[in-house]
Design a protein around this ligand. Structure first.
Ligand code: CP
Ligand code: NVA
Length: 331
C-alpha cells in the first residue's frame, strides 16, 4: 500500500514507522532538487499555516516560512507577546480557534504535553518545532544530510552524540538512529545520560532493526570508529541560568575538538543542529567566557569550520525537510 501521512500530526519520530520516515526523506530530497533546479512547486496553493513560537528560533521559523511560501501557502507567525495563548486563552481554546483559520499549526514550546494538547484539540495537523523532550523536524534534516554525504547508505553507520546526551536533540537522535539502523552512542557524564523513558522506546526498535544503542562516559572509547560526531549546546532553552557552572565543568571533557575528531573514522562528519557556541561572538558565548574563562564550548572553532563539518548543509536541509513534512501531512 502506498504511504500516506495526510492529516497526521508530527510530534515525535517514535510515532512514525521506518517506511514512513524513509518516505519523508525521499520527499525532502525531491523538494531540494526542485528548489535547486528553480522549478516552482506551489502544490498547496490556497492553504494557510500558523507558526506558534514560545521559544526563539532562526532555522525552524525560517524553514516553515520559506517552505510554506514555496508551496504556495500563506503564513502567520505568532510569538507569546503577540498572541493570547497561555496567558489569556487555554491551549485547547487556541486550537479550536486556529483550526477554523488554518490548515496546519506549528508549535515550539516548553512542555511536550502542550504540543500534545494542541494536537489533541486541533482538527488540522500539528507539527512539533521543538519541545523540552523532542525535536523531530531536525531529525529528517539530519538523516537527509547523512544520506547526501554517505551516498544514500546510512544503515550501519556509527553516530556518537557528545555532551548533554539527555537533551531533546539527543533523545530524538537515539530514536531516529534506531528506526533507520544506525548504531547510536550517547557519550557524556553520568548526569547527562539519557533518561530511561527514551531508552525504553529506542532499544526494542534498535533490536528489531539490527543496530545498537550504547551509553559511554569515555569520549575516546565512544568515538572509536565513529562515522558521525554530533553535539549540541550544553544548556538548552528553558533551563535556568544556574545550571551553567556545573554543566561547563562536567562537559568540558566532552568538547568536540580536533584531538577527538582524530580518534574517529578517517572520513568522520561533524554535525550540530545549531546554534553553536564555538567562539565568543555571541552574547551568551561572551558571557560564558567572562564567567568561566571558556571561549569555545561544545565544539572548537577549528572543528566547526573544518572540512569535516557539514553544519551549514545541515541547516539548509531543515527547509527541505520541513517542506516535505508539511506537504506529506497537508496534501
Ligand atoms: N536547529 C534549530 O532548531 O535551530 P533554531 O533554534 O534556530 O530553530
Ligand atoms: N537543545 C537545544 C536545541 C536547539 C535547536 C535547545 O533546546 O535549546
Amino acid at each position: 500500500m502506498p504511504i500516506s501521512l495526510s492529516g497526521r500530526d508530527f510530534l515525535r519520530i517514535a510515532d512514525f514507522s521506518t517506511p514512513e520516515i524513509e518516505y519523508l526523506l525521499r520527499l525532502a530530497h525531491q523538494f531540494k532538487a526542485l528548489k535547486l533546479a528553480g522549478t516552482p512547486h506551489r502544490y498547496l496553493q490556497g492553504k494557510n499555516v500558523v507558526l506558534l513560537f514560545q521559544k526563539t528560533s532562526t532555522r525552524t521559523r525560517c524553514s516553515f516560512e520559506v517552505g510554506a511560501m514555496d508551496l504556495g501557502m500563506g503564513v502567520t507567525f505568532l510569538d507569546p507577546k503577540s498572541s493570547q495563548m497561555g496567558t489569556k486563552e487555554s491551549i485547547a481554546d487556541t486550537a479550536h480557534v486556529l483550526e477554523r483559520f488554518y490548515d496546519g499549526i506549528e508549535f515550539r514550546g516548553f512542555a511536550h504535553a502542550d504540543v500534545e494538547e494542541l494536537a489533541r484539540n486541533a482538527s488540522v495537523p500539528v507539527w512539533n518545532g521543538l519541545t523540552d523532550l523532542w525535536h523531530p523536524t531536525q531529525m529528517i534534516c539530519d538523516m537527509m544530510t547523512l544520506q547526501e554525504k554517505f551516498n544514500g547508505n546510512i544503515k550501519g553507520k556509527k553516530l556518537v552524540f557528545m555532551g548533554d546526551a539527555k537533551n531533546n536533540v539527543a533523545r530524538s537522535l537515539m530514536v531516529t538512529c534506531a528506526k533507520l539502523g544506525l548504531d547510536y552512542v550517547a557519550c557524556g557524564p553520568e548526569d547527562c545520560m539519557p533518561a530511561q523513558d527514551v531508552l525504553d522506546i529506542a532499544r526494542p526498535i534498535a533490536e528489531e532493526n539490527g543496530c545498537t544503542i550504547s551509553l559511554e562516559q569515555d569520549p575516546a572509547k565512544a568515538v572509536a570508529g565513529a562515522d558521525v560526531i554530533y553535539t549540541d549546546v550544553w544548556v538548552s532553552m528553558g533551563e535556568p541560568d544556574s545550571v551553567w557552572e556545573h554543566r561547563v565543568k562536567e562537559l568540558m571533557p566532552y568538547q568536540v575538538n580536533s584531538e577527538l575528531m582524530a580518534k574517529a573514522a578517517d572520513d568522520v562528519l561533524f554535525l550540530h543542529c545549531l546554534p553553536a557556541y564555538h567562539d565568543t561572538k555571541t552574547k551568551i558565548g561572551a558571557d560564558i567566557y567572562k564567567r568561566f574563562g571558556i571561549s569555545e564550548q561544545e565544539v572548537t572553532d577549528e572543528v566547526f569550520k573544518s572540512r569535516r563539518s557539514v553544519v551549514f548543509d545541515e541547516a539548509e536541509n531543515r527547509m527541505h525537510a520541513i517542506k516535505a513534512i508539511m506537504y506529506a501531512t497537508l496534501k
